[in-house]
Design a protein around this ligand. Structure first.
Ligand SMILES: [Zn+2]
Length: 165
């Protein structure tokens, strides 16, 4: 599956979110800029989007992401810390906005990564895509102000800290 990449001004929002109102599309753009502002000095966020997922492609092995961004923090030496914000299709074909904090796993049993904090906001049940995206972006901005230290997040989730393998 091919994802296109670019800053928010290059994301064809009205094409990938054909059901969204103009006000909602503006809210998505505005919310994205608050994330850019929160990353001062690091340049605007690079988004990925898929024209093929403008409509629900059907349930499959992977989650169909309409568009999203992955803020990868350089945690050093094989460690990993990522903050994600995505508009995606749930298994039953509902649009949702997901925000998550993902860390590398240092358990005895290797799980690769863990989502240590996450919210998913369903679109359509009295919540527009603009409102859901604003809430997701607000959460992401909050996380970006927290320590960029993977062990901090693992500790919060009662996961073992990093150790030398
Ligand atoms: Zn683990």
């Amino acid at each position: 599956m091919t994802m296109s990449r670019g800053v928010i001004d290059h994301v064809p929002l009205s094409t990938i979110l054909p059901q969204a109102s103009t006000a909602d599309l503006e809210a998505v753009q505005r919310a994205s800029r608050t994330v850019d502002a929160a990353r001062a000095g690091e340049g605007p966020l690079e988004w990925e989007w898929s024209l093929a997922h403008a409509v629900f492609p059907g349930a499959g092995p992977s989650t169909p992401v309409v568009f999203g961004a992955d803020v990868v923090v350089d945690a050093g030496g094989g460690d990993g810390l990522e903050f994600l914000l995505q508009a995606l299709w749930t298994e039953d074909g509902r649009l949702a906005v997901s925000a998550a904090v993902n860390v590398a796993c240092w358990c005895e049993t290797d799980h690769a990564t863990h989502d240590v904090d996450a919210i998913e906001l369903a679109v359509g049940t009295g919540t527009s895509i603009g409102q859901a995206f604003e809430a997701g972006a607000e959460r992401l901005v909050g996380w970006l102000a927290d320590p960029h230290d993977a062990d901090y997040w693992r500790d919060r989730a009662a996961l073992p800290p990093r150790w030398e393998r």
